[in-house]
Design a protein. Structure first.
Length: 143
């Protein structure tokens, strides 16, 4: 199996993904992709969101997951965001999530240390992803 940026090689989704409770769309620009989700994210569709986002991330180095249109966000949605975070980190893809009120409420409980990259808007998320990464510098202690 070949890989692209650390992901299994898959085509960028050309069509939205839809169920009776949610819809995902993707748009790719020259340097970044934006995945938008609306409706309800729960155990019935959270894995589909993670899969859809990972397919989009495979063809870019910068990604914004816009969840501002999500009205309900269950714990399975948080698990999907964690999966996306791990996969993007492993493939060196910068990403951010734009939460709705429902998403923010669950993140306050499930991610109190704010480990997920949050942006206030898609524009902010894209701008944050364009900035050079700050590298953590380890300094040896003298003995």
């Amino acid at each position: 199996m070949s890989t692209t940026a650390g992901f299994a090689a898959t085509a960028f989704p050309s069509q939205p993904w839809e169920s009776h409770t949610a819809r995902f769309t993707a748009h790719r620009g020259a340097t970044a992709a934006v995945v938008s989700a609306s409706g309800e994210l729960d155990a019935s569709n959270a894995n589909q969101l993670a899969d859809y986002v990972v397919r989009c991330a495979a063809s870019t180095k910068s990604l914004v997951v816009d969840l501002s249109g999500v009205e309900f966000f269950g714990t399975a949605g948080f698990s999907a965001l964690h999966t996306i975070n791990v996969r993007c980190a492993g493939a060196d893809v910068r990403w951010a999530v734009v939460p709705s009120h429902a998403v923010s409420r669950l993140l306050r409980i499930c991610d109190p240390d704010k480990t997920l990259p949050i942006a206030e808007s898609v524009t902010e998320g894209l701008a944050d992803n364009e900035e050079p990464r700050r590298l953590l510098q380890l300094i040896a202690q003298s003995r």
